[in-house]
Design a protein around this ligand. Structure first.
Ligand SMILES: NC(=O)c1ncn([C@@H]2O[C@H](COP(=O)(O)O)[C@@H](O)[C@H]2O)c1NC=O
Length: 535
């Protein structure tokens, strides 16, 4: 018996060619208004759903396929005699293939100024209903919800005259996922609408934080284990990832990425892409242990490495420029877990192919976002999410870019132009160091990083000790503190070690005490008015 396909699509890309191929295989075509017209105009024999059901499309298309002749044809189990008898009794023909894509709700609400009415009219009702019916009855019905599935279905129909159970099951899962995504988008949109504030407005007023949050993520890969070997883990991406973000990384070579590799790679990537000049960031345990800018990738790496060669061992190294042979050869001298960059020259890649051991290095490439390296901001997460016991903390991401106009010199001494450059560099780095963060910098490189301490004073001491271990002089350095100095003691420590200028948010009740200390010791201090806690 000939198969019957019902085609009802909003996005008509590829549907004509697919319908032609189905027709060529002897499949009977059933279709809704707009889709039927497209097929008929191309000369295909197609029965309109309205003719099939004997019921016209009505209410501006709100009712087209919501009919027992459609849903009975999709839901009837062919292996149950009672189902077969029931549809026969009611003159319902089976439908074997359902091809549906939904009203473009997501694209509609993404448009600026979208009205509530527009959004509501773009909520598809009949499409998801059919998709659910077919997906539930997946053993008997193949349900296609994406144009990328057309070729798969055709290949099997051509080869075997039917679609395999495995493929039908995969289509069914994809269909339910699509419906979940679609309903998630509707829920996100509507549950963010502030009904009262929207009165009299053409576009609804929406909260950044909807009353219900529907995370939608797609699995990229299972991981060998989590943060520790007794934990299980997998890596997911946003349903709609930002270009230039970590999830778009291609692994060019090397061992499988671990959970900690990915977490550290994210820290390195977010930091390195915040720089306009060629930059290199080396991360260990989620903190930068060396950051530098230079005239090229090699210089940036060489400077970053000097900050803390001990910690750099087994580090995650990120560049914001293509890695060339010179940079690759320099990196190759150290033990590296993960290397990441927007690109590599063939000679650079060959360096990591030279020996079996080097082939283990995980080399990742993240394509530049569409606007090139000046467009990194588009690749940033808009929201930050953190899991707490049975709950979720959601905040706008810390994407604040310090502007020169925001800086306030609070000391008698003004920073020199060179000091100002180092202060701005240090401030950028401090944003990516876990709190409490104290960062010494000079000439576009970190000279000592104190990270993740419970007291700012300890972070200041640790940053100084690390510089000493690396045999780096802190004389004439610029220091960034991610939050205000609560007392003068932390400031005294960095000045004792050679800092001549300091950048910090200010805002402490003892600001005056700290400013007086800076004046007393003859250093320049600037306030940003912005804090960069990172937990
Ligand atoms: N109301 C219904 O019964 C109904 N049945 C199918 N649709 C949708 O109508 C669209 C196709 O319409 P057309 O073939 O008329 O261009 C598809 O996106 C399909 O999901 C419907 N539309 C909205 O709910």
């Amino acid at each position: 018996m000939a198969l019957t396909a019902l085609l009802s699509v909003s996005d008509k890309t590829g549907i004509l060619e697919f319908a032609q191929a189905l027709h060529g295989l002897g499949v009977k075509l059933l279709s809704t208004g707009g889709t039927a017209k497209l097929l008929a105009d191309a000369g295909l024999p197609v029965t309109e759903v309205a003719d099939h059901t004997g019921f016209p499309e009505m209410l501006d298309g709100r009712v087209k396929t919501l009919h027992p002749k459609i849903h009975g044809g999709l839901l009837a189990r062919r292996d149950l005699p009672a189902h077969v008898a029931a549809i026969e009794q009611h003159g319902i023909a089976t439908i074997d293939l359902l091809v549906v894509n939904l009203y473009p709700f997501e694209a509609t609400v993404a448009k600026a100024g979208c009205t509530l009415e527009d959004a509501i009219e773009n909520i598809d009702i009949g499409g998801p209903a059919m998709v659910r019916s077919a997906a539930k009855n997946w053993k008997d019905v193949a349900v296609l919800t994406d144009a990328s599935q057309y070729a798969v279905a055709l290949a099997e129909l051509k080869a075997h005259g039917s679609i395999s159970a495995k493929t039908k099951f995969a289509f069914s899962v994809a269909a339910f996922n699509r419906i979940a995504d679609y309903d998630g988008a509707i829920s996100d949109f509507l549950s963010a609408v502030d009904f009262d504030a929207s009165a009299g407005q053409s576009a609804p007023v929406r909260s950044l934080f909807p009353a219900q949050s529907n995370g939608r993520f797609v699995k990229l890969q299972d991981l060998r284990y989590g943060e520790n070997p007794h934990q299980q883990a997998a890596f997911y991406r946003d349903l709609y990832p930002a270009p230039g973000s970590l999830v778009s990384a291609k692994q060019l070579q090397g061992k499988e990425l671990s959970y900690n590799n990915i977490a550290d790679a994210d820290a390195a990537w977010e930091c390195v892409k915040s720089f306009g000049l060629p930059a290199c960031v080396i991360v260990k345990h989620a903190n930068p242990c060396g950051v530098a800018v230079g005239k090229d990738a090699l210089e940036a790496y060489s400077k970053a490495f000097q900050t803390d060669p001990t910690s750099a061992f087994g580090g995650i190294i990120a560049f914001n420029r293509v890695v060339d042979l010179a940079a690759a050869e320099a990196v190759n001298k150290q033990f590296v877990e993960v290397l990441m960059a927007p690109g590599y020259t063939p000679e650079a890649l060959a360096v990591f192919q030279a020996t079996k051991a080097k082939q283990n290095v995980r080399v990742l490439q993240i394509d530049l976002p569409p606007g090139g390296d000046t467009d990194w901001a588009n690749g940033r997460n808009a929201m930050d999410v953190k899991r707490v016991g049975s709950g979720l903390l959601i905040q706008t991401a810390d994407n604040h870019e310090l502007q020169l106009a925001e800086l306030k010199v609070v000391t008698k001494k003004q920073p020199t132009q060179e000091e100002l450059q180092d202060l701005l560099f240090a401030w950028k780095v401090a944003k990516y160091v876990k709190s409490n963060a104290i960062v010494f910098c000079k000439h576009g490189m970190t000279m000592g990083v104190g990270a993740g301490q419970m007291s700012r004073l300890d972070s200041a001491r640790i940053a100084s000790i690390k510089a000493e271990h690396a045999k780096l002089s802190l004389a004439g350095t610029a220091v960034a503190s991610d939050a205000f100095f609560p007392f003068r003691d932390g400031l005294d420590v960095v000045i004792d070690h050679g800092a001549t200028c300091v950048i910090q948010p200010g805002g402490s009740m003892r600001d005056q005490e700290v400013i007086d200390a800076a004046d007393e010791r003859g250093v320049a201090m600037v306030f940003t008015g912005v804090r960069h806690f990172r937990h």
